[in-house]
Design a protein. Structure first.
Length: 325
């Protein structure tokens, strides 16, 4: 009796990655060729690329039978692109990898071995990060330390999306349909049996990064507001402390005026206090606005993404087998 090979989907979100597609396919094929006991699907999610990424994927799909692709109707962002990939995975497990080859495909066999040992989430942790500035490394480490302190969910520092997930993890992630997504937090939230792998992150093989500091800042805000309500509580505590101090200071001024008499000087100090309190109020309103904005977006109940085109030889074969059976 012929043994049925397990199917592993390699999920690759892609946005303007025409320069790296050929090296990426070559590296993936070199790795998967050494794993003859498994079938592989290379599932690309084209996130509204404005270059020739989609055209190249269509051409490559005619040559490489492993290639499938989902073409989104516009650029929805990497977090949503990954959800689109989760919704179209055909494999028993998925390996998420960036198209820029900063995450080495050569780690895939080791991920699969740990998966076969019973681990559901085999994630890669960076020992070193080539090509990144000291400020980016420092800000990233600082952010994850803050997130770890304020969130009740465990966090994974120096880890990205490069990981292997069992089918049960995929099904769990597919149930989480919020449009304002922070997938790194979701990986921790779903739990399951996890295993850490260490690796040295490489520089991009070509092209430029799509993650500038404003986008990273927005992702950090999404991570905080998606993982914890601590900013709201801090704002409330800070406001309470300021109110108590203001009351004590008011009593001090009142008593001093009664005892010593005279008017209360201090126009500059009064303006300083007013401006300070006004700033605190605006910050608090901004924090509330972040959470309220997320609620507003979720209550619209719009689709998280829209698909323009989907191509998958594996899904087609499965459909034909079900129809014939």
């Amino acid at each position: 009796m012929k043994q049925i090979k397990k199917l592993i989907t390699i999920l690759i979100p892609a946005y303007n990655e025409e320069e790296v597609l050929n090296p990426l396919i070559h590296r993936l094929k070199s790795v998967t060729a050494k794993l003859p006991n498994y079938q592989f699907e290379f599932l690309f999610v084209n996130d509204g690329s404005s270059d020739n990424t989609l055209a190249m994927l269509k051409t490559l799909a005619k040559v490489h039978s492993e290639i499938s692709y989902v073409n989104l109707s516009r650029n929805f962002g990497k977090e949503v692109a990954m959800l689109a990939g989760f919704d179209h995975i055909n494999g028993d497990a998925v390996i998420i990898i960036d198209a820029d080859l900063q995450d080495p495909p050569e780690l895939i066999p080791k991920m699969i071995r740990y998966w076969e040992k019973g681990y559901d989430d085999v994630f890669a942790k960076r020992k070193t990060r080539a090509g990144e500035t000291w400020f980016k490394k420092w800000s990233s480490n600082s952010y994850y330390k803050i997130l770890e302190k304020v969130s009740h969910i465990p966090t994974q520092n120096n880890t990205g999306d490069f990981r292997l997930l069992d089918r049960k993890c995929i099904e769990a992630l597919r149930q989480m349909r919020e449009s304002q997504r922070y997938t790194k937090g979701m990986f921790n939230w779903i739990g399951f049996n996890k295993k850490e792998l260490l690796f040295d992150r490489e520089q991009r093989v070509a092209g430029t990064t799509k993650w500038n500091y404003p986008k990273l800042f927005n992702l950090a805000i999404d991570g905080l507001t998606s993982s914890t309500v601590a900013p709201l509580r801090i704002s409330s505590i800070f406001g309470t402390v300021i109110s108590i101090l203001s009351l004590l200071f008011m009593l001090f001024i009142f008593i001093r005026t009664l005892v010593f008499g005279g008017s209360v000087p201090g126009y500059p100090s009064l303006m300083t206090v007013i401006l300070f309190l006004g700033g605190i109020q605006l910050i608090s309103l901004g924090i509330i606005g972040e959470y309220l904005g997320k609620v507003f977006n979720e209550t619209k109940n719009r689709p998280v993404y829209l698909i323009d085109e989907y191509y998958s030889p594996i899904a087609l074969r499965k459909s034909e087998m079900r129809r014939d059976g």
